[in-house]
Ligand binder design. Structure first.
Ligand code: ADP
Ligand code: MG
Ligand code: MG
Length: 877
């Protein structure tokens, strides 16, 4: 069995493709050595050994010992030094390196091979006692900390005491003699606090360090990290043992990190920083401020040129932006690590597009390089990173973007205030369906409870509104209308700013930078169109949203909810009159007031979406949502006054409309059955708008959709209503007939089961995956918040079914309904609308099933488009 792989010695065993076996670091070190890039020689012990070591009683297969011995000899030969030799000692680093880089694993140990004897040899050999003892001091500290588990401050204390004793502040002022005393002090301290001591036996140093790396795979931090990121526990880490190079040998030495392009913006050109006369960790430790890499061109021009060439060569070779570590020892450049660089969404898009222009990668590859969940970031105004700001609390980043405004606690007050300028942040423990108008009116939402699929989060994302949820740092006092955070009190009216991308809450108004659809994003949209087959539409309820969605690449509106139009302050009372009307005539009269308003909405939306389909859903929510709650006497009284209605009568009506379980109550198409006038008005508004636009030469393409259908007779009745109303409007308009496609939402399991019957009567199905999930599980999304988190924790649910589609259950219903529907009506178009339409995992499922379209909130459109493209590309190969 081969367990140990050489790199940069007389030969190199590994290469980049052996990532699983050698870890990312080891595989790329081998690849670089093969490319002729200067890499300090070393060897990698494979991830297989990690598994064997950890699953046995912490022992190694016999071959590992002998293979390490042989590899060490090869390194000795390559650098012409000997491990443990007192005149010419070889020093090595021991570095961890898993398949993917994993913060939370073991730190690197540098300068292994030094002991009380070899340190003297090193001093003599380099003629620099300070350097030798500083290196030794570094080793003992790292070893004590990493391999023996001693807290860093305990060891730092020894160094600090020496400095105090001498009355100096800088490490550089310590003499060789001081440093020697420090190393003695460190060794004594370790003997005192740990069960073992710092080994003078260098072989023992090496093996203990190697074992520490393998054991670090199972530290609680590492295990947690893998659980959170869904990384298998059996991958294991590799260990890299590598000859040391030193960046701290004077002003012709140094160390740094470079990116082959700017990871924040994607701009071309070398990006990075360095420190002269420093070792690797000095950069991260932040004690000295590094210099911009450009300054290296002046300090060590030859090295800068070489570094620039290598960076470019690495990028050409790996065909992606590289993040590379280097060290310069006495004017000689060494590369210590290279990997694919992490980047912002903006940079990811720019780099992908630039690289195809440079013919480095194909468009199809470029499309697969961008992370769909990340792309959303580029579409929101963002907090200006350079602005002065003070964080008072941090919660879950639920809906990206940023918002500033006055603190407000009462959603109804929010609605009232929205008539003014609406510049406020709604702060609640949690939100419910009743708060929807308040949420709609606010600039941003901040809740103290709930997760990222909580009501507030879902609604806010749907509205493209910034939200922070589950912000436990804040304690609300409803009575006093204030909250406490950061030991301070913030009252109603105080101004705060939310950053929905980080979850941070700031004091006062923080300046922002606006979003824009960049040229790169526009180009991406064109590429996606040429690859994907799934149509991506948007859920949009207003002309403004429609316009936004279209600019983000929406290919139509898959769900236009009509209820939000009624919530608007200027119309809600008209609608309330209609709800409260006694007879048919009174109801008709109230609805007639709404007709022109609703028609104007449709004209706006259909015009924005000219040439693209707009699916309009007739009214869906239970009527009581439009009225004040029965217990709010004050609001009821003022409403009664405004409507000129006796208070008692209003109260009685409101009580009548109360339901035990509104989600399963008088809502959806049931409203159309009980109040046909309402649906007639809506259909009329749609058709009048359409004929008017067509007369003006605008290509208006409405579809009409009925919510919550559960029975064939229900559908027959409503279809008749729609057809008759359309016919009536046509007669009045005396224009060429327009027949809007008619469809239904499949959101009740029964509708899925009888899909064959339903499909014969309609042109399309749209799965309302939110309701369908609720009804299939029998879990209301909002009430689920009290136990779904526990279900996730216990592993009962792998994912939150409201965030990522439950393929086994809900997905099966969708599949069944799709197949039965298509069989009964081959012309049937099938899509989905709901949160899942913007979830890449779910999109993949819908694509594979063969659906025609998905529809999601405007801000998720770019996510969905990219996911649809990637899925199509994946299937093609
Ligand atoms: P991480 O994975 O945490 O980045 P590394 O293994 O890359 O850890 O090492 C940490 C630091 O030590 C880096 O700055 C690296 O450049 C430096 N380093 C590691 N091995 C050597 C070596 N053989 N010679 C010089 N510096 C080294
Ligand atoms: Mg590193
Ligand atoms: Mg629904």
């Amino acid at each position: 069995m081969k367990y140990v792989y050489l790199f940069g010695c007389n030969k190199t065993d590994g290469n980049a493709s052996l990532r699983n076996l050698l870890g990312g670091k080891g595989a790329n070190l081998a690849e670089m050595a093969r490319m002729g890039i200067p890499v300090p020689p070393g060897f990698t012990i494979s991830t297989e050994v990690c598994d064997i070591y950890n699953s046995s009683d912490k022992s190694y297969p016999a071959e590992v010992k002998s293979q390490v011995e042989m590899a060490l000899a090869a390194v000795e030969e390559a650098v012409n030094a000997k491990f443990g030799n007192e005149q010419n000692p070889l020093l090595v680093s021991v570095r961890s390196g898993a398949r993917i880089s994993m913060p939370g694993m073991m730190d690197t140990i540098l300068n292994l091979g030094l002991n009380d004897a070899t340190v003297r040899g090193l001093a003599k050999q380099t003629g620099d006692g300070r350097f030798a003892y500083r290196s030794y001091q570094g080793l003992i500290k790292m070893y004590g900390n990493v391999a023996l588990g001693i807290d860093r401050p305990i060891l730092d204390e020894i160094v600090n005491r020496k400095k105090q004793e001498k009355g100096i502040t800088l490490d550089t002022e310590l003499t060789a003699e001081d440093l020697k005393e420090i190393t003695d002090g460190l060794e004594a301290k370790i003997r005192e606090v740990a069960s073992s001591e710092f080994p003078q036996d260098i072989k023992q140093q090496l093996w203990q360090a190697i074992s520490a790396v393998f054991e670090s795979w199972n530290t609680p931090r590492a295990v947690d990290y893998r659980n959170i990121n869904k990384i298998p526990h059996d991958w294991g880490t590799a260990v890299n043992v590598q000859a040391m190079v030193f960046g701290n040998m004077g002003d012709d030495s140094g160390t740094g990190v470079i990116f082959s392009r700017n990871p924040a913006t994607g701009e071309e050109g070398l990006f990075g920083e360095f420190l002269l006369n420093a070792q690797g960790e000095d950069i991260v430790a932040g004690i000295r401020t590094p210099q911009d890499i450009g300054a290296l061109a002046r300090a060590l021009p030859q090295c800068y040129r070489e570094l620039n060439d290598i960076s470019r060569k690495l990028e050409q070779h790996f065909k992606d932006m590289q993040d590379t570590e280097f060290t310069i020892q006495k004017g000689k450049l060494w590369i210590l690590q290279t990997r694919t660089g992490k980047r912002t969404a903006q940079a990811a898009i720019k780099i992908a597009i630039d690289m195809t222009r440079e013919r480095l990668i194909e468009k199809t590859q470029a499309l697969q390089r961008i992370e769909p969940t990340q792309i959303e970031q580029v579409l929101h105004a963002t907090v200006d990173p350079n602005a002065d700001k003070e964080v008072i609390a941090k919660g879950l980043a639920a809906s990206p973007g940023t918002a500033s405004g006055k603190i407000l606690f009462d959603p109804d007050e929010a609605v009232e205030l929205a008539k003014g300028n609406g510049d406020f942040i709604l702060v609640r423990d949690e939100t419910s369906a009743d708060d929807i108008r308040g949420i709609n009116a606010a600039r941003g939402i901040l809740t103290t409870r709930g997760g990222v699929t909580s009501h507030a989060a879902v609604v806010a994302r749907g509205m493209g509104k910034c939200a922070i949820v589950g912000c436990k740092d804040i304690l609300i006092n409803r009575e006093k209308e204030e909250f406490t955070a950061d030991n301070r009190i913030f009252a109603k009216g105080d101004i705060i700013t939310l950053d929905g991308s980080t979850g941070e809450v700031f004091i006062g108004e923080v300046p922002t930078i606006p979003p824009r659809v960049s040229d790169e994003l526009k180009e991406l949209i064109v590429w996606e169109d040429s690859t994907k087959s799934l149509r991506v539409m948007a859920n949009a309820d207003s002309a403004a949203d429609a316009k936004l969605a279209r600019s983000f690449g929406a290919e139509g509106i898959g769900l236009c909810r009509t209820e939000h139009m009624f919530f608007e302050i200027s119309r809600i009372d008209h609608f309330r009159r209609a709800i409260l009307a006694e007879g048919k005539e009174e109801k008709r009269a109230a609805l007639a007031e709404l007709l022109p308003l609703q028609k104007a909405d449709f004209i706006g939306i259909l015009r924005e979406m000219e040439g693209l389909p707009v699916t309009i859903r007739l009214l869906d929510p239970p009527l009581h949502e439009f009225l004040p709650p029965h217990y709010d006497k004050q609001q009821l009284r003022s409403l009664a006054e405004r409507l000129g209605m006796p208070f008692e009568k209003l109260e009685e009506k409101v009580l009548q409309l109360r339901e035990f379980n509104p989600m399963l109550g008088h809502r959806g198409c049931r409203l159309g059955i009980t109040s046909p006038e309402l649906y007639e008005m809506q259909v009329r508004a749609i058709m009048e708008a359409t004929y008017e636009l067509i007369a003006q030469g605008t290509d208006a393409l409405p579809s009409i959709m009925l919510p919550l259908i559960a029975d064939v007779e229900e559908l027959k009745l409503l279809k008749e209503l729609v057809v008759n109303t359309c016919e009536q409007v046509r007669k009045e308009k005396q224009a060429a007939e327009v027949i809007p496609p008619l469809g239904i939402m499949i959101e009740v399991p029964r509708a899925a089961l009888i899909a064959a019957e339903l499909a014969k009567l309609v042109d399309f199905f749209s799965f309302g995956t939110n309701d369908l999930t609720q009804m299939t599980f029998g879990i209301s999304r909002d009430d689920g918040r009290t136990f779904v988190p526990l279900y996730l924790e216990k592993g009962i649910f792998e994912n939150d079914p409201f965030a990522s589609l439950d393929k086994t259950g809900v997905g099966e219903l969708i599949k069944l309904a799709f197949e039965r529907g298509k069989k009964a009506n081959p012309q049937l178009k099938v899509g989905i609308c709901g949160e899942h339409g913007g979830d890449p995992e779910s999109i993949k499922f819908f694509h594979q099933l063969g659906l025609d379209s998905v529809s999601c909130s405007p801000y998720r459109v770019p996510v969905a488009r990219l996911a649809a493209s990637q899925t199509a590309l994946e299937i093609r190969v």
